[in-house]
Each structure stands twice: as C-alpha cells, then as structure tokens.
Design a protein around this ligand. Structure first.
Ligand SMILES: [Zn+2]
Length: 87
C-alpha cells in the first residue's frame, strides 16, 4: 500500500457478473483560482486527482478564452483596458 493511499476513501463497485470490489477513491482537487485577483473561480469544478476518474475537460472549466485561468470580472477589466489602449 502506498503511504498516500493509507487514508483514502474506499468505495464498493460491482462489475457485471462478478462480486463487488473495493476501489480507493483519489483525493479531490480544490477550486480553480484567478491568476490576477486570486479569488475562487465559481464556474470551475472540483475534480478527482487521477486521470481515469476525472470528468471531461469542458465540464471542469468554462469554455471561453482564459477559462479556468482568469475570472470573469478580471477578463472584462482587461478587455476594456486593452481596447482603450488601441485608440
Ligand atoms: Zn480575478
């Protein structure tokens, strides 16, 4: 047993036509944080820290430019600032 799996949560799953097996569930990651203001991004999702347990990428973060990296408020501020700088 790995030391990191010692206190892992165990779940019971029954595969078809065989007795149920115990699986260790991986830990959950925290919510995504904004790179500018360090606030929690509300549209981000807590996912499990193992590749084969994790949900689809499009469900984890919002599907827009800088989605899951910069929050909505900061992106709006940056867009206005950049547009004003062009003129
Ligand atoms: Zn922000």
């Amino acid at each position: 047993m790995k030391p990191s799996e010692r206190f892992a949560k165990k779940v019971w799953r029954k595969p078809p036509k065989s007795p149920s097996k115990g699986h260790k569930m991986p830990n959950k990651s925290g919510l995504g944080r904004c790179a500018i203001c360090n606030e929690k991004i509300t549209s981000s999702k807590r996912k499990l820290l193992r590749r084969n347990f994790s949900p689809a990428k499009s469900t984890v973060r919002s599907n827009r430019p800088y989605g899951g990296y910069i929050c909505n408020k900061c992106l709006k501020h940056q867009a206005v600032k950049e547009t004003r700088a062009l003129q």
